[in-house]
Design a protein around this ligand. Structure first.
Ligand code: PLP
Length: 466
């Protein structure tokens, strides 16, 4: 479980050159600093050069328009150029927010820079070299020797792909749901005509392996079990190792599908060692790149199932994706810029090290939870299974949850998420995954304390420094 990270009243300032900087305190010892390759010193420089490029392009574009159409176009073109540059400035201001939602997450400047590169032929040798490096990096973090497939989509595309490649109409599956994303996977399975038995766990709690085993007993022909590693809507992390072990003992051949969208690359998940069959994630979570790519690991058992599965599939066909990957391509046009980004972020992650990344997320989760408790707030998730990528905090009585989120954004430049479905207005969620450091989280919690106080919540005296 998390090591101790002290809550602190240290004040942090958002510094254009160095990101969030502690005014009066060095980072906590248990919170390892990010490696030099992750530093954000280049941030403003890269943004400035981006702005210069935009200005230069606008000017060239304006000159061309004048040449093409004559001087009567001048005013409109000058106006348009102004709009472009101005909106670019607004965008730069937005990019300096402390984005603390559970994805999309901030991205390192080196990654942003790499993604601004000119396009290349996605069927050419440069892309083949990139996809080979990216695949190897993904295998390392999926902890698998199997090829990791990429589909241009968000995480929900991976959910659908996993279902249609694994099953046939009428197949029986057990769906273990702990929140909104478990429900989404179950619903997709139902949409495709599977016979789904839901084992629903109360929101805020994790699945109990024995209870899952019991539920499985009632489905002698279950072809698969659908699990969520990290339930982003409630902030719990299921013990996938224990769940998979129990399921395997009972059903050696049942497919185990794992939604690891908001955990892979942040929280330990060993695809091969834990004998998981289909594991998927989304680029906008722990991978330090923007949304746009779903990544899916497929076991030998799942490859055999794919050959037998008869659900209709075209765009999502695993076989086509594997065949293309062997040629250094994807079946359809890939999000080339995301691959550029991953080609930079994955080596950064390798430099930091898998275990060090997991430890940083443990420390991040502990910091946020500890600060929340010290403010007299209740955590929504069972503490024994509290997620280290997202923390759900109950909105205290008398405080308007939506007003709190608005105040955080408008007064502090800190963007946090609200609750989903029946939890809307009842909880807030703070993301701590991917590219973050201690100062980012402390700044967020300091801001939360100020805004809660402004909205009438009484923070216990001295609690923030406890
Ligand atoms: C656990 C989990 N599964 C699935 C999804 C769906 O991913 P997307 O929103 O990228 O479609 C999310 C998104 O937050 C998620 O957190």
């Amino acid at each position: 479980m998390p090591g101790s990270v002290s809550a602190s009243t240290t004040h942090y300032t958002r510094n254009i050159d160095q990101g969030f900087v502690a005014k009066d305190k060095a980072p906590h010892a248990s919170f390892a600093p990010l490696p030099p390759s992750h530093r954000i010193d280049t941030f403003p420089e890269s943004l400035l050069s981006l702005k210069q490029r935009v200005c230069t392009r606008s000017t060239i574009w304006m000159q061309r328009r004048i040449a093409d159409r004559g001087t009567q176009c001048l005013r409109a073109d000058v106006f348009l150029m102004f709009v472009r540059v101005h909106s670019d400035e607004k965008r730069l201001a937005r990019m300096q927010q402390n984005l603390r939602i559970p994805g999309p997450t901030p991205i390192p400047p080196a990654v942003a820079e790499s993604m601004a590169r000119p396009m290349i032929n996605h069927r050419g040798p440069e892309f083949a070299a990139i996809i080979a490096r990216v695949s190897a990096g993904l295998q390392h973090f999926f902890q698998t020797t199997q090829p990791v497939l990429g589909f241009p989509s968000s995480g929900s595309g991976a959910m659908e792909a996993s279902i249609v490649n694994s099953f046939s109409p009428g197949d029986e599956v057990l769906s273990v749901t702990c929140g909104a994303f478990g429900n989404r996977l179950a619903k997709i399975a139902e949409t495709f005509g599977l016979n789904v038995t839901r084992h629903s766990v109360e929101w805020g709690h994790a699945a109990d392996p024995e209870a899952v085993a019991l539920a499985l007993t009632a489905i002698p022909n279950a072809r698969g079990v659908l699990l969520t590693h990290n339930e982003t809507s409630t902030g719990i992390t299921n013990d996938i190792q224990a769940l998979a072990r129990t399921i395997r003992q009972q059903r050696p051949d049942t497919l185990i599908l794992v939604d690891a969208v908001s955990s892979l690359g942040c929280i330990d998940l060993r695809m091969d060692e834990w004998d998981l069959d289909v594991v998927f994630t989304g680029s906008q979570k722990g991978w330090m790149v923007p949304p746009g790519l779903a990544m899916i690991g497929v076991s030998q058992r799942a490859w055999s199932a794919t050959e037998r599965a008869t659900l209709p599939r075209a765009y999502w066909d695993f076989r086509a994706a594997r065949k293309s990957l062997e040629k250094g391509q994807t079946p359809y046009t890939p999000p080339v810029s995301i691959y550029f980004g991953l080609d930079v972020s994955l080596p950064m992650m390798r430099t930091e090290g898998r275990d060090a990344i997991f430890a940083r997320h443990v420390a991040g989760g502990a910091l946020v939870r500890e600060r929340a408790r010290a403010m007299g707030l209740r955590l929504f998730a069972d503490p024994a299974f509290a997620s280290n990528t997202v923390t759900a905090i109950e909105v205290p009585k008398g405080v308007d949850g939506k007003a709190l989120i608005k105040a955080m954004r408008e007064n502090e430049g800190v963007v946090i998420a609200g609750g989903q479905e029946h939890l809307e207005g009842r909880i807030i969620r703070i993301g701590h995954l991917g590219y973050f450091n201690e100062a980012d989280l402390t700044a967020c919690m300091d801001a939360l304390e100020r805004q809660l106080t402004a909205l009438g919540h009484r923070v216990p005296t001295g609690a923030a420094g406890a």
